[in-house]
Design a protein around this ligand. Structure first.
Ligand code: C2E
Ligand code: MG
Ligand code: MG
Length: 766
């Protein structure tokens, strides 16, 4: 079985559309919100860092001023105490000063020649270093002496006395002539934590520091490994920015710390001190931004994300259900529940797919249209339940004949469509032979043995059509032709079948119209009684005055009326008209009966008996004045039923004649049981009754047989006096034929009756 295309209902796809749109919109909103808040947070953090660096710069500046400028009065006070002679005098004053500045690690005095005079970090009497032996340090001292500012901030250095990295504040005390008397120094240790770090709301893991405008690292807290930092030129982002733009006042920056590269990317800001060549900076880990952003926005983001997830989950479930539901619907819409086969819709889809495939592969295939013969009769007589069971049984049997790759579908009621991929005409014919064979033995449903057959039409792709409609139509046409050829057969589509069928359909249409417009006529052919030489009855024969006014004979149209079922209303009309006519003639004094022909289809009509009763009642005709003619083959089609129906008609008094006798293949044993009154010997035997020994033998045998069965005989088609004499000699009771009279319309017949009665005796002797 081919796979159906995966389709869903419009509602399911609408729902899917809504979900996708909503999720896309949601994701877009979420990411825009994320990007927006991230930028917001970043500029917030940068601004905060800038403010912090500004604060650091002004705090450092005021510390510089405060400490640096306070050194001057202290220096004057010390000078007035004559500390050069006795430096120990300075110790209490220096200690007091130091206690006012907790940042100061030690206070010291130097002689302009570089000898340390006193240091508060060492007890009195300790030997103090003489820097005259230390040329780089001595050079610094000399630079300080040359500097006329109130205070000088020295580069970081490793303290010889306090044994720590520190940076020094120095003030030169001079006499009236400006000559240096001594140097006063306050040393700020760099390895202790900065007081700012404790009191400022700096981000965790921040570094703060001071950078000289030439890039020298002046201070950094926390210091980490101080010997790797201090006294060195920085290559970090601040130093680089300052080097590029020496006039820069403040800025944000990002980059890696030159002193702690393993810390990774950092964000920071720096600001220049107002009156000193230093920059104060602060840097924080870049992750801080992420932390802050996440802490602030996580509730919103997570809630929204949860909402999206829940929404998605719910709609996913709903959509999934809708999908299953719609797939179920689609399956149902393409499935025949009785036979479990694909239905017409599915068959057409499969055929469509097969056509595409065949167009690609250049390989032909066959479409079979299979219709059960007279299935309706089974349905009508045995009920739908048996009909349904029969369809299922047929499906199983047909499946067994088909290959796995063939597609069997139930097209409608008792119509099946078979698609045989890759099949040529030979293979299709072979399959049909097998299918027809399958119906050779009857189906057993419950207690019923059902002899059912099928008619099959074959259409081949691409010869008979390249689209669904044409292929099905042509297979159907061929099937119709198989029915016409007597059913239980298959036919391969040909162009002229279509033409014939079209002609037949148009004829059927015209017949239908004519029935309504009453364009049918009856003519009557008289029947001569050979004993009395009188006209005793007439046979009603149908004529069609078609739209062009032509009278057409039954041979031209009766088979179409039969096939289309039109014969039923037409036959009723014939019966009624004939009975009415005979009644009228009887009333007028003509003592005649009428013979009416019944077709096979009429004979199978379950309402036949009641229709006859109704006509006799409405025309008030004596039943004995009606003779019904059925052909031998119609009676023999279902002998059992024929015996029963004819028995009922006969019981009413209606006469029965077997028409065209000798042309069928009657079984003598049945013929014996058929309650007929008369046998009409077919014209083909009468033709040779004067000269053909075979015909003579047959006619004599029939007459003898009829006598044994106590039936009358009538010879049809008497065209000569010799024929009439011959059959009379053989003992035939009645005669009908052109020699006596052609079939005539009622008014002309009345004339004949009169004439016949007049010279009856003369004519009988001819
Ligand atoms: P049938 O019942 O055997 O009717 C006799 C046919 O033989 C009639 O042809 C009649 O005109 C023709 N015939 C009579 N005498 C001669 C003769 O001497 N020579 C020749 N060559 N033919 C003769 P018709 O009217 O064309 O009817 C043909 C058949 O059509 C009938 O055969 C009958 O089977 C059928 N038919 C006619 N009318 C009806 C009808 O109302 N209902 C049904 N179901 N069938 C009808
Ligand atoms: Mg007849
Ligand atoms: Mg006949």
């Amino acid at each position: 079985m081919r796979i159906m295309p995966d389709k869903v209902t419009p509602f399911a796809s609408l729902l899917r559309g809504i979900v996708i749109t909503f999720l896309l919109a949601g994701t877009l909103a979420l990411s825009s919100y994320g990007v927006y808040t991230w930028h917001q947070e970043k500029s917030d953090v940068e601004e905060n860092l800038l403010i912090l660096s500004g604060y650091l710069a002004s705090a450092s500046q005021s510390f510089y001023e405060n400490l640096g400028n306070s050194l001057e009065p202290l220096g004057q006070l010390l000078d007035s105490k004559n500390v050069l002679q006795n430096p120990e005098i300075a110790r209490p004053l220096l200690n007091r000063f130091q206690s006012r500045y907790p940042e100061i690690g030690a206070m010291a005095l130097f002689s302009p020649e570089g000898a340390m005079l006193i240091n508060t970090a060492t007890p009195p009497g300790t030997k103090l270093p003489d820097f005259r032996a230390d040329p780089p340090y001595f050079k610094q001292i000399q630079a300080v002496l040359a500097d006329t500012n109130i205070y000088v901030v020295g580069p970081p250095e490793y303290g010889k006395v306090i044994k720590q990295w520190r940076f020094p504040f120095r003030h030169v005390v001079r006499d009236q002539d400006g000559r240096a008397r001594f140097i006063l120094q306050a040393a700020i240790p760099l390895e202790n934590n900065s007081p700012f770090l404790e009191h400022l709301p700096v981000p965790p893991d921040s570094y703060i520091g001071l950078l000289r405008d030439d890039g020298l690292q002046q201070a950094r807290w926390p210091a980490g490994d101080p010997s790797k930092i201090y006294g060195r030129m920085s290559q970090g982002p601040v130093a680089q920015m300052v080097r590029v733009d020496p006039k820069i006042q403040s800025s944000s920056f990002s980059g890696v710390s030159p002193w702690s590269p393993t810390d990774g990317q950092r964000l920071g800001a720096f600001t220049r001190l107002a009156k000193a060549p230093f920059y104060a900076y602060i840097s924080a880990p870049a992750g801080y931004l992420w932390d802050r952003w996440w802490r602030r926005n996580a509730p919103v983001l997570i809630s929204f994300l949860m909402f999206l997830l829940i929404f998605y989950f719910i709609t996913y479930r709903v959509t999934a259900r809708e999908h299953t539901h719609s797939r179920e619907l689609i399956k149902q819409a393409r499935h025949d529940s009785l036979t479990d086969l694909p239905n017409r819709l599915a068959a057409e889809e499969i055929l469509d797919a097969e056509i595409r495939l065949a167009a690609l592969t250049q390989q032909g295939f066959a479409v079979l249209f299979l219709d059960l013969d007279r299935f309706k009769d089974i349905n009508d007589t045995l009920g739908h339940q048996v009909g349904d069971q029969l369809l299922v049984a047929v499906t199983t049997a047909v499946k067994a004949v088909l290959r796995h790759s063939d597609v069997l579908s139930r097209f409608a009621g008792d119509e099946f469509l078979v698609i045989i991929p890759g099949s040529d005409e030979k293979h299709a014919v072979f399959t049909c032979e097998r299918l027809i064979n399958l119906f050779a033995s009857p189906f057993q449903i419950d207690d019923h043995v059902l002899p059912i057959t099928a008619s099959i039409g074959i259409a081949l792709y691409p010869n008979h059509g390249t689209d669904i409609g044409t292929l099905i139509k042509h297979a159907d046409t061929a099937m119709y032709e198989a029915k016409r050829q007597g059913r239980n057969a298959f036919v391969v589509y040909e162009q002229d079948i279509g033409d014939k069928i079209r002609q037949r359909i148009s004829l059927e249409q015209r017949l239908r119209e004519s029935l309504l417009k009453e364009e049918f006529r009856l003519v009557y052919q008289p029947i001569l009684d050979l004993n009395s030489g009188r006209l005793v009855g007439v046979e009603a024969l149908l004529r069609w005055a078609d739209s062009e006014g032509r009278l057409r004979f039954p041979a031209e149209f009766i088979h179409v009326a039969e096939e289309s079922g039109l014969i039923l209303p037409l036959g009723e009309w014939v019966l009624h008209t004939a009975c009415t006519q005979i009644k009228a003639w009887n009333n007028a004094g003509y003592n005649l009966w009428v013979a009416v022909n019944l077709s096979t289809r009429q004979f199978q009509d379950p309402n036949l008996v009641s229709k006859v009763i109704e006509v006799l009642r409405s025309t008030e005709l004596e039943p004995t004045l009606l003779e019904l003619e059925i052909t031998e083959s119609a009676a023999m089609l279902n002998p059992q039923a024929s015996i029963e129906i004819l028995g009922r008609l006969k019981a009413m008094g209606v006469h029965i004649a077997i028409d065209d006798f000798g042309t069928g293949y009657s079984s003598l044993s049945y013929l014996k049981r058929i309650p007929a009154d008369k046998i009409k010997i077919d014209k083909s035997f009468v033709d040779g009754v004067t000269n053909d020994p075979d015909d003579i033998a047959i006619v004599r045998t029939i007459i003898a047989l009829a006598n044994t069965l106590e039936m009358h005989t009538l010879a049809e088609g008497i065209e000569t006096a010799e024929q009439l004499r011959a059959i009379e000699k053989f003992g035939c009771k009645q005669a009908q034929g052109y020699w006596i009279s052609h079939p005539l319309p009622p008014d002309m017949l009345e004339e004949l009756f009169g004439r016949y009665d007049a010279d009856n005796s003369t004519r009988a002797q001819k």
